[in-house]
Design a protein around this ligand. Structure first.
Ligand code: XMP
Length: 328
């Protein structure tokens, strides 16, 4: 990791010099580590960290991200509240790739608008925390021969392509897999809480709400997902670690169907929620996490007791392949 940092230091210092760099922060380990690396190598004054609250984030995420950025010593932090841009744009949209495209484009629209407000010079560098699997799964490497499994907006967007062509795109983690990024982040002094945070897709919970994304559904999923995560953090597995730390990625998915249930004497049609928990090393393949039945039952009960709109919970027992980790 020290060699990697030395290598990046030489590369980035020569390439960027005193130009401003705009880093889009998602709050995950990839972009936070990119931020920490840039802050280590370049001057805090030239680095602008922009975080967009799209309304598609996890519960309390924006507050946590703000705190983290301050801890990293960032000077120019721009928090953009833009739920009102994203949710209307997603109205009526059910196709997963269409959702990703809309979200990716909206990112760029909002980014343009907000960058204009920053009054950075035209030739600013754009940095992002793309890692190796992002390229492999987006068909960007090997002359685009890899088949496109899912279009990751952070790689395929027009502005990113333009910046790449202009030689103004900075992706210092592009050769790393997730676990390398964690090692690097640790080496740079980032908190374990952030380092061990499960991966989260760029399009956020939009790809975990199957079918149309609405504000109401975002609220329901966020609440259920927060309870799931909280339970995983307070329960311990066989290794003695928390379930959250034993599991590579876990999250809840809101399905676009309602299922019958009972509430007192009445029949009630509640949402169906799927819980997903997988183990993986690089997200290319994944195995289902073998929960103890009691953990699943208790977690499920707590979610249905707390989130009244959810009437039924199911556990996804599909590996990758044939399934993917996310449902969309
Ligand atoms: P899949 O679902 O393809 O996911 O097995 C592999 C890993 O990638 C994450 N993922 C995404 N990340 N934009 C991202 O930045 C996306 O559109 C996207 N789709 C999936 C997923 O959470 C998993 O860790």
């Amino acid at each position: 990791m020290k060699d990697y940092i030395d290598e990046q230091t030489a590369l980035l210092k020569t390439r960027i010099r005193n130009s401003p760099v705009l880093l889009l922060i998602s709050g995950g380990v990839d972009s936070t580590t990119t931020g920490a690396l840039l802050l280590k190598i370049l001057s805090g004054d030239q680095i602008h960290l922009m975080y967009m609250d799209t309304g598609l984030m996890r519960k309390n995420e924006t507050d946590a991200v703000c705190e983290n950025l301050k801890k990293l010593g960032a000077k120019n932090v721009h928090i953009i509240e833009c739920e009102d841009d994203f949710l209307p744009a997603l109205k009526g949209v059910t196709d997963p790739e269409e959702k990703r495209r809309i979200i990716g484009d909206m990112y760029i629209t909002v980014q343009h608008r907000e960058v204009a407000r920053l009054k950075l010079p035209e030739d600013y560098f754009l940095a992002q925390g793309s890692i190796r699997p992002d390229f492999l799964e987006s068909g960007q490497r090997d002359g685009g021969k890899t088949s496109i499994i899912k279009s990751h907006h952070n790689v395929a967007s027009p502005l990113v392509i333009a910046k790449r062509e202009a030689g103004k795109l900075v992706e210092p983690l592009a050769d790393l897999y997730k676990n390398d990024v964690r090692d690097l982040g640790r080496f740079l002094g980032i908190d374990e809480e952030i380092i061990n945070r499960h991966p989260f897709p760029g399009p956020g919970i939009a790809v975990r709400i199957l079918g149309e994304v609405t504000k109401e559904k975002c609220g329901i999923l966020r609440e259920a997902d927060a309870i799931f995560t909280e339970e995983l953090k307070r329960r311990r597995g066989k290794s003695g670690k928390t379930l959250y730390d034993e599991i590579w990625q876990a999250f809840a998915v809101l399905l676009p169907i309602r299922s019958v249930g009972v509430a007192g004497d009445e029949r009630k049609y509640g949402y169906v929620l799927a819980l997903r928990a997988i183990n993986s090393t690089d997200a290319m393949t994944a195995g289902v996490y073998p929960f103890k039945t009691r953990d699943l039952l208790e977690i499920s009960t707590r979610i249905t007791n707390s989130v009244k709109e959810i009437g039924r919970i199911t556990y996804d027992i599909s590996g990758k392949p044939p399934a993917t980790i996310e449902w969309e």
